[in-house]
Design a protein around this ligand. Sequence first.
Ligand code: C2E
Ligand code: CA
Ligand code: CA
Ligand code: CA
Length: 275
Amino acid sequence: KAAGKKTFRVFTPDMEFRLYERVRLEGKLREALTEGKGLFLFYQSITDIETGRITAREGLIRWYHERRGWISPVEFVPVAEESGLIDELGIWVLNRACQDAAGWDDDVRVAVNVSAKQLGKGTLATNILTALVRAGLEPSRLEIEITESALLADELDCLADLRRVRDLGVRVALDDFGTGFSSLAHLRSFHFDKIKIDGSFVQDAIQRPDCAAIVGVLADLGKRLGVTTVAEGVETQAHLDLVRAEGCREVQGYLLGRPAPSSRDVPLVAALNRL
Ligand code: C2E
Ligand code: CA
Ligand code: CA
Ligand code: CA
């Protein structure tokens, strides 16, 4: 309709195929969730830049699809969000993360990505508490990460949910900081414990002094607010040197460790990768 009266769009075979693929993917994901098969939580370390100690591990979901092999969360998390499967997926991730973290050293937290679609329903804090109790994990060992670009700054129900989570003693991090339209408004409407500076700033900072300045300003902002800043996407020694010089507290990226399966899943993942 937007293209005007004289033109019209047909439902092309290509669109039909994509829709068909999507419906199939959704069905398979539902199956994977109900049978608990094919889903894995990989972990990537987050390191204190001064001491070199691991402070946390971030859980990153992976899906092995029987026909297509590994599918990226970038592809299937949106499918889960649009089909309503995200709540079930989120609960699966929370339970798995808390169980795994219960077996780690006490001073290492687990960070879990939470979709903005899981917020505003009044259920997140209960789901988190259930997962913690089941695993016997202290709330202070859990951190949730909310993606900035998906967060609506003044959505009251979302803020209420985040507050309930924080009241449990669970830490809340703002992910992909600097990529959204209202980064500072987010910091004003909620007290985050951590901000994660998007990897794109870190990677561009090597070539571009303006991007290095942004990283520095965000690190200062974190210091003044008493909030931990994490630089994401640290791939090289040059990246590490730069974010240290700019004052970031923690670092995450391929240089310090790639996302890897938990020890329980190592043999299965290795076998799948040999197929
Ligand atoms: P994110 O939360 O920003 O996670 C960081 C992404 O950067 C991960 O991609 C990670 O593998 C990748 N990465 C880590 N270090 C480096 C590096 O040095 N260089 C580069 N270029 N990339 C690096 P991944 O695992 O494909 O996840 C993509 C996104 O999917 C995540 O972005 C997150 O938004 C979402 N996601 C992952 N797991 C979950 C989950 O359990 N629940 C939800 N709701 N979303 C998830
Ligand atoms: Ca994240
Ligand atoms: Ca991120
Ligand atoms: Ca991201």
